[in-house]
Design a protein around this ligand. Structure first.
Ligand code: C5P
Length: 225
């Protein structure tokens, strides 16, 4: 067999939204189909990597040969990531993680009492999964290559450039607008320490393959292992 570009690599990837429960029947979430993350997982597997996919609530089939862990909340996503990151050489965060969760969970459904009063919901901040992983010792040493995503409504290059530095990751991938929630195609802006490069609009499957090739080019040190 011909060698593949991610042979010997272990990829851990998050995808989809998180769902933060308010009570047994309600919660807050983000718009995200998970399609980009699932496409990258499939492309990385086809490129020879062992792939673990931590997925929020999405309606997508598991790519062949990929280990999938289903989670709901940001805290569950972080826990799943932390228990599978030890041997990973690449971490890609495509998940649209809810920034906040309700400060408390009501065991029983909050009832409408007819008075017109509305519940006052308090929120607390969720952990930043990508930033947490990027700060880990293995990532800092260069043994774990971390990639973040960004969805912005304007000034994508400026925001993606700032976000790359803030999150402490070598590569930040911006979704080039307009918002592509649920669609099968996308266009990506790759931002690293050297500059930026665009992957023009294409199917998410094709972009997954291109992104994997870009990754492989950026991983010479790991490839030698
Ligand atoms: O800060 P922002 O949410 O725009 O950053 C987006 C990037 O950070 C994505 O890669 C996303 O998966 C990741 N992220 C995360 N945990 C959070 C928030 C964002 O991993 N709580």
């Amino acid at each position: 067999f011909a060698p593949k570009v991610l042979d010997g690599h272990q990829l851990l990837i998050t995808a989809g939204p998180t769902f933060e429960a308010i009570d047994p029947v309600r919660g807050i979430t983000n718009l995200s189909s998970g399609k980009m993350g699932f496409a990258i997982a499939a492309a990385a597997k086809a490129a020879g990597a062992e792939v673990t996919l931590v997925a929020g609530p999405v309606h997508l089939p598991t790519p062949r040969g990929v280990q999938r862990i289903n989670v709901q909340s940001a805290r569950q996503m972080l826990e799943a990531v932390q228990s599978h990151v030890a041997h990973a050489s690449i971490f890609i965060a495509t998940a649209a993680v809810a920034d906040w969760r309700p400060a408390s969970f009501n065991d029983q459904k909050i009832k409408k009492d007819g008075s017109g009063d509305v519940p006052a919901l308090a929120f607390v901040e969720n952990p930043d999964i990508l930033a947490t992983v990027a700060q880990s010792e293995r990532a800092q040493r260069g043994d774990l290559y971390c990639v973040g995503f960004a969805a912005e409504s304007h000034d994508l290059l400026a925001h993606a450039t700032a976000k790359r530095v803030r999150k402490g990751v070598p590569l930040l991938v911006g979704n080039i607008g307009p918002a592509t929630f649920g669609q099968d195609d996308n266009a990506l802006l790759l931002v690293d320490a050297h500059g930026h490069r665009e992957l023009p609009r294409a199917s998410k499957a094709a972009l997954g393959v291109q992104l994997v090739q870009e990754l492989a080019r950026r991983l010479p040190a790991l490839q030698a292992k």
